[in-house]
Design a protein around this ligand. Structure first.
Ligand SMILES: Nc1ncnc2c1ncn2[C@@H]1O[C@H](COP(=O)(O)OP(=O)(O)OP(=O)(O)O)[C@@H](O)[C@H]1O
Length: 261
C-alpha cells in the first residue's frame, strides 16, 4: 500500500438532500450529506436499514438525481472534475461507460455470453479494448483464466461475481460502486470477492465504494462511512469485524452520531 499524507477525493457529496414523497409521506432519504471518498481506497458505506445508503450510492454514481447539493466525480489530471448532480443524461451515460464501474448483488451477466465476452462487453460497447497484458492480469488475479470460455450457468455464484468484478475493473474506472456484492454468496466465495476488491485498491489504486450490511464485508475496507437517518453518523478507520459490530450496535440503539474512531 502506498503511504500518502493528503486525502485525494475520487468522488464527493456536498450538502446533498434527496426527498421522496410529499406531505405526510415525505421521507428525507438524504438530509444534508457531505462526505468524500478517497482515491485508491476501499470505502464501505454502512448504516441501519433505511438510513440512505443506496440513495447515497445512486446519487454518487449518477443513477439518481438529488434535490439540492452537489455530487462531484473528481478528475485525476488526465480527466476533468464532473458535477454529476448537474450533468445531462448524455454526459451521465458516457461517465457510466468510461469512468464509473458497477458490481451489483445480482451478478447481471449476460447468460448467452462466455465469461470472456461478459468481461469484455462494456469496453466493446465503448469501442475500445484492453491490452492483452491487462486482460490477462485482471482475469488471472481473479482466478478466471481457466473459466473464460464458460457460460454463466456453468459457473458457481462466486465465479460469476468474480466475472462481474473483472468486468468492472477492466476499463480502470475512476470509481467502482459495489452494492452488497457478497449478498448472494456463501462466506467463502464472499471472502474471495472482497479480497479481490481490497487488493484492487491496494495493488492497482482502484477506488472502490461498497454498500453493505455485513460487518465482515466492511472489515475488508480501509474505512467505513456511517449513515443514520439520512445524515453522516461518523466513520471507522481501519475497521475490524468487532469494531463494526460494536459501532453498528451503538448506532442502532441510539440512532445518534458516533465519534470517529
Ligand atoms: N423510490 C422511493 N420512494 C419513496 N421512498 C424511498 C424510495 N427509495 C428509498 N426511499 C426511502 O428512503 C429512505 C432511504 O432508503 P435507502 O434505500 O437509501 O436506505 P438503505 O440504507 O439503503 O436501506 P436498506 O439497508 O434497507 O437497503 C428509506 O426510508 C426508504 O424507504
Amino acid at each position: 500500500m502506498t503511504s500518502r499524507s493528503t486525502f485525494v477525493p475520487a468522488c464527493s457529496a456536498h450538502d446533498v438532500v434527496r426527498v421522496y414523497g410529499r406531505g405526510d409521506a415525505e421521507v428525507r432519504a438524504l438530509d444534508g450529506v457531505s462526505v468524500a471518498f478517497e482515491r485508491g481506497r476501499f470505502t464501505a458505506i454502512m448504516g441501519p436499514s433505511g438510513s440512505g445508503k443506496s440513495t447515497l450510492m445512486h446519487a454518487l454514481a449518477g443513477l439518481d438525481g438529488v434535490d439540492s447539493g452537489r455530487v462531484v466525480l473528481h478528475g485525476d489530471g488526465r480527466r476533468e472534475d464532473v458535477e454529476i448532480s448537474a450533468a445531462s443524461d448524455a454526459v451521465l451515460t458516457g461517465l457510466r461507460r468510461d469512468r464509473i464501474g458497477f458490481v451489483f448483488q445480482a451478478f447481471n451477466l449476460l447468460p448467452v455470453l462466455t465469461a470472456r465476452d461478459n468481461v469484455l462487453l462494456p469496453m466493446r460497447l465503448a469501442g475500445t479494448r484492453p491490452s492483452q497484458e491487462w486482460f490477462d492480469e485482471v482475469t488471472g488475479r481473479l482466478g478466471l483464466s481457466a473459466r473464460l470460455d464458460h457460460l454463466p450457468h456453468e459457473m458457481s455464484g462466486g465465479q460469476q461475481q468474480r466475472v462481474a468484478v473483472a468486468r468492472a475493473l477492466l476499463p480502470q474506472p475512476d470509481v467502482i460502486f459495489a452494492d452488497e456484492p457478497t449478498g448472494n454468496l456463501d462466506s467463502q466465495s464472499g471472502a474471495e470477492v472482497l479480497s479481490m476488491l481490497r487488493s484492487s485498491a491496494r495493488e492497482t489504486g482502484q477506488t472502490v465504494v461498497m454498500v453493505t450490511h455485513d460487518p465482515v464485508a466492511a472489515s475488508y475496507s480501509d474505512r467505513v462511512v456511517l449513515l443514520a437517518d439520512g445524515r453522516p453518523a461518523g466513520e471507522i478507520a481501519h475497521p475490524t469485524t468487532d469494531t463494526v459490530i460494536d459501532t453498528m450496535r451503538a448506532l442502532n440503539v441510539t440512532g445518534a452520531a458516533v465519534a470517529a474512531r
